[in-house]
Design a protein around this ligand. Structure first.
Ligand code: ACM
Length: 519
């Protein structure tokens, strides 16, 4: 039965897209049926919502005011309202949106569903040729993947509260729902920890371009504000505190916990045998766990091998290896993560790690693995084989610090390959998930923005737009319903909004509009 409904939806999706010049929504909804006529919106429009959805209605009102300078007011009763939020669960869809000639009704049994219905409506308003020409349509919609993420690196270059909020706004506009925030690494530590003020006073100094740049970091008050802002947009926030490698900034602040490094990456690791290291990091994670109530903490675990030369000759490390029967130094890495995972488990928080840690013995029901090394598909395979929930974000095409056009100069390539819009859009999970069990283990996809080559807001926007839109559709819309050419037609309309919002975006329709910004 379920299969029949899905087939029907896909048919409607494809036929809807084909028929529907008026479907301008990204990501493409599962069902879009175009009706005749237009809805017209003007200031004074009355709205109504049950108590459960008052916040979501307020969001719609503020966005209509922001984008279109329209004022709306709450109706005394639903009868006199023109825009109605309705609390009714649908059996097969997360939300439904009906745009009639004289009314708009958004229906869902959840606040998240209502929010996404509002977003679809807002997009149709923004993309309409005028406020009198909002196309009548019926949308029935659900996401195909639960994890639709963006990761941003704040250590290499720091961007600040306003830029984070802007990214959260755009994530919400494209129904992305996980913000993975890489807050610590070699150049700087970017989050205030009350118990260890030097992490920011000293560790916050410097960035990838200037190791003496003044300390920049988020206060705990900033974090509270951002987490609330994200939640208002149905986005969960996942902090990453990278360990046991990429720890140089922390080690500048508290050298007593340093495990040394290598010539190229001095003081890169935490010390893996001192009990005080584990207590120190657990104390930090306890504060982090309070600040990020979504209870998913990313512990990194990547590229530890870049800086473990000192471990290899440290008598205490060699003794640990012998005592624990470890065959190689990699055993020390996994031991470290397992110890810290115990701390997180005691806080009842999920443990998120990069794919290097797939060989660690982490609890299946509490761990999420992030597959990032596109040249090591065996890591993904092992993650799925072991039964871990897995987020898919291979460098190609999901690293947005890679260039998106052959002749772009600033940013990475890998053996000549890069992350262009079409590769992101068409990325297929089919061959990665051969059976139903592994299919259900893949949570979704994520675009990662590392910032070694991104110093300014303009460059950040240039690398993010319009790839964020392709990412969103690849995460939300089932593969069978995606069509790159149709997506590009819809995207063209979205660039009108990018212009209005003064975004410095890469324009795939006319690369001359905004040239590639220097780093
Ligand atoms: C990574 O790119 N080091 C996860």
């Amino acid at each position: 039965m379920k299969k029949h409904i899905l087939t029907l939806c896909l048919f409607l999706l494809i036929s809807g897209i084909l028929a529907g010049q008026n479907n301008t929504v990204i990501p493409a909804p599962l069902v879009f049926v175009q009706n005749t006529g237009y809805f017209s919106i003007a200031s004074g429009c009355k709205v109504s919502a049950p108590a459960a959805f008052k916040r979501e209605m307020h969001f719609l009102q503020t966005e209509l005011l922001r984008y279109k300078h329209l004022t709306t007011t709450f109706a005394a009763s639903e009868k006199e309202a023109v825009i109605i939020l309705s609390n009714k669960a649908s059996k097969n869809f997360l939300y439904e949106l009906q745009i009639l000639k004289n009314k708009v009704i958004i229906t869902s049994g959840t606040d998240t569903g209502i929010f996404y219905g509002i977003i679809s409506f807002l997009q149709l308003v923004n993309n309409a040729s005028s406020l009198q020409q909002i196309p009548c349509a019926t949308i029935k919609d659900s996401p195909s993947m639960p994890w639709r993420g963006i990761m941003r690196d704040e250590s290499r270059h720091f961007f600040g509260v306003e830029k984070v909020k802007s990214i959260l706004d755009w994530m919400a506009y494209y129904k992305l729902n996980k913000f993975h925030w890489h807050l610590t690494d070699e150049p700087g530590w970017r989050i205030e920890i009350k118990q260890y003020p030097n992490l920011t006073n000293i560790g916050g100094i410097g960035n990838f371009s200037d190791k003496n740049a003044e300390a920049r970091y988020y206060t705990q008050q900033d974090i509270n504000e951002i987490v609330q802002y994200a939640h208002d947009r149905k986005i969960e926030v996942i902090p990453e505190i990278d360990m046991p490698g990429h720890a140089s900034a922390a080690n500048r602040a508290y050298p007593e916990f340093s495990g040394g490094g290598s010539e190229k990456h001095p003081d890169f690791t935490f010390h893996p045998t001192k009990e005080t290291t584990y207590q120190y990091l657990t104390n930090i994670l306890k504060e982090i766990n309070v600040l990020f109530p979504d209870r998913m903490l990313h512990l990194g675990g990547d590229e530890v091998s870049f800086g473990i030369d000192k471990w290899k000759t440290d008598p205490a490390v060699l003794e640990l290896m012998q005592k624990k029967n470890m065959n190689d130094i990699k055993g020390v890495e996994t031991y470290f993560i397992e110890r810290m995972a115990d701390s997180l488990a005691a806080m009842n928080a999920k443990i998120l790690v990069w794919d290097e840690m797939v060989t660690a013995n982490l609890p299946l029901d509490k761990t999420i693995i992030f597959w990032w090394r596109h040249d090591k598909p065996e890591q993904l395979k092992l993650s799925l084989q072991k039964g871990y929930k897995t987020v898919v974000c291979p460098r190609i095409p999901y690293y947005f610090d890679f260039v998106q056009k052959e002749d772009h100069k600033v940013g990475r390539k890998w053996g000549g390959k890069f992350s262009d819009l079409q590769s992101i859009y068409n990325f297929s999970l089919k061959e990665l998930q051969p059976d139903a069990k592994s299919r259900s283990s893949i949570l979704g996809v994520q675009g990662n923005i590392w910032t070694e080559t991104i110093q300014t807001n303009d460059r950040l926007d240039f690398m993010l737009f319009p790839r964020i839109a392709a990412l969103a559709e690849s995460a939300w819309t089932p593969e069978e319903g995606r069509n790159f050419d149709r997506f590009m037609e819809r995207l063209k309309l979205h660039t009108i909004l990018y212009e209005a919002e003064k975004l410095y975006y890469f324009n795939p329709f006319d690369a001359g509009v905004h040239g590639e910004p220097a780093n």
